[in-house]
Design a protein around this ligand. Structure first.
Ligand code: 4AD
Ligand code: MG
Length: 477
């Protein structure tokens, strides 16, 4: 017999039919009511057992977490709390879950505790809701680009280049780790390595995406990226997913327009398609915030905040204006910032970004035209010779969610910048070729997918929005 999902059954249009369903027990009370969930939706289907018809031994095997197949008739519910329920005729226990040792019991578990049980935590309502929203967001991203004339491009994961120039790469090698062959000057001889050169996991697919944008026009990558930065924060992962659109003939303004429209589009998608999960996550957040001092609570509830972002313009501010605001801000004058802002040129820390977004503008902010010194080599130099056509999008509660720029399309300027930063031309000969043959204005940006999921779900720690987080000292599972 065809089995149904809980989601289908809860719609209620199979009333009085015999149905089969497979799922996991959320709760079993009074030897009579099984709440069964199969992940298809937040809600459970109530299965009513007339225990006289079942052996006690069978009922004993029905504990929270057990996997069951249930056959019965879908009827209107007698009790409150649900519209329909199953009058159970048959139960098959696929697999038991011993309550003495099964860690996911029907009570509140801390997120920290659940992180240690990352293989089981998705069986809680919170994680199931987060992961369904994550899945919906991924779909929305592909849909947005498809509808806007972009091609999905797969950047390589193993690369020889350090796109961001920050040196935060994980090396990929098959060399003998005890006694690799050395060069004459004592370094490891990477000619002997698998690829005949030093390689690493990519920190960004941008450079390769640029090559593709210069032929396909508009492309995007959406894949895993890796950074060996030792930042143990609630916003950093060593392995995270990034969406990187790259567009030929787009200048920085067009890039900012696209980024804003894109974020609004995907947020609107989850507002429309994940209502139940978002309501649940909103309530979770409200409960969590009750334990915090008033000043730390968010001014808007989750759904209101998502609507606000989807419906209002982001504020566009130059780096120079932002520095003025920060320099004259209360926390700066009262020495409340960990990194005080004294002069133009300072790199912005998360505390500054959050001040601008949460306290000053109270809306998402796009900062643009940063000092060349604090940004990557590939960004287009402005006429002033000291700023570049960079843009970062800053979000409440998150800080930087997008980093992007118009790219330096002039061969001579790019070469000069690389020379100044000691980036050998031989390493990026192919990237320079793009400026030799049919070069054109082009732009792109990178959106940290997990930061977007954090924002959309109202979760507080990036480790809780990716199935199996990789962070310093942690690659379990
Ligand atoms: O600002 P980033 O470093 O920009 C780039 O990599 C560019 N190549 C993108 C481009 O123009 N195509 O990273 C982009 C975004 C950040 O704004 C942030 O949201 C996210 O990636 N990100 C991280 N997310 C989680 N953990 C980390 N360690 C992250 N590092 C960056
Ligand atoms: Mg950045």
């Amino acid at each position: 017999m065809k089995s149904y999902s809980v989601k289908e059954l809860l719609k209620g249009n199979l009333l009085l039919q015999e149905v089969t369903i497979n799922g996991w027990v959320k709760t079993f009370r009074s030897n009579r009511f099984i709440a069964l969930n199969d992940g298809s939706t937040l809600g459970n289907i109530q299965c009513v057992v007339d225990f006289e018809n079942f052996e006690e031994n069978l009922l004993k095997r029905i504990n929270t977490g057990a996997a069951l197949k249930v056959v019965g008739t879908l009827v209107e519910s007698q009790g409150r709390g649900q519209n329909v329920e199953i009058q159970v005729k048959e139960i098959l226990v696929h697999g038991e879950a011993d309550p003495e040792v099964y860690p996911i019991q029907p009570k509140k578990h801390s997120l920290e505790f659940l992180r240690e049980k990352a293989h089981l935590r998705v069986r809680t309502n919170t994680f199931a809701a987060v992961m369904r929203v994550r899945s919906a967001l991924s779909f929305a991203i592909h849909q947005y680009f498809r509808e806007n004339g972009f091609y999905y491009f797969h950047a390589p994961i193993i690369t020889g280049s350090d796109a961001e120039g920050a040196g935060e790469m994980f090396r990929v090698t098959t060399l003998d780790d005890k006694s690799p062959k050395l060069t004459d000057d004592g370094g490891v001889d990477y000619k002997e390595d698998f690829f005949g050169k030093e390689t690493n996991l990519t920190v960004s697919g941008q450079l390769e995406a640029e090559a593709y944008a210069m032929a396909l026009g508009k492309v995007y990558t959406f894949g895993p990226t890796f950074r060996a930065e030792n930042s143990n924060t609630s916003r950093h992962l060593a392995e995270f997913w990034m969406i990187e659109p790259e567009m030929a003939f787009f200048d920085l303004d067009a890039n900012m327009d696209l980024a804003e429209d894109f974020i609004k589009g995907v947020i609107s998608y989850v507002l429309e398609h994940c209502e139940e999960d978002l309501q649940f996550l909103e309530k979770r957040l409200l409960d969590e915030e009750k334990t915090k001092p008033q000043a730390e609570r968010s001014e808007m509830a989750l759904i209101e905040k998502l609507k606000f972002v989807a419906e209002n313009s982001f504020k566009r501010v130059s780096y120079t204006e932002a520095i003025d605001i920060l320099r004259n801000s209360k926390p700066n004058k009262k020495k409340k910032f960990q990194y005080p802002i004294d002069e133009w040129g300072a790199d912005l820390q998360s505390e500054h970004e959050r001040f601008l977004v949460e306290k000053h503008f109270k809306c998402p902010v796009i900062l643009f035209d940063y000092p060349a010194k604090i940004k990557a080599f590939y960004m287009r130099l402005n006429e002033d010779g000291k700023t570049v056509r960079a843009m970062d999008i800053l979000f409440p509660g998150i800080g930087e969610i997008v980093g992007g720029s118009q790219r330096e399309e002039r061969l001579d300027v790019l070469k000069e910048k690389m020379a100044a930063l000691n980036i050998p031309e031989e390493e990026l000969w192919w990237y320079l070729d793009l400026r030799k043959f049919g070069s054109a204005v082009h732009s792109g940006f990178g959106l940290g997918f997990e930061r977007l999921v954090l924002f959309a779900t109202g979760m507080g720690n990036i480790r809780d929005v990716i199935p199996f987080p990789r962070t310093p000292q942690n690659a379990e599972f």
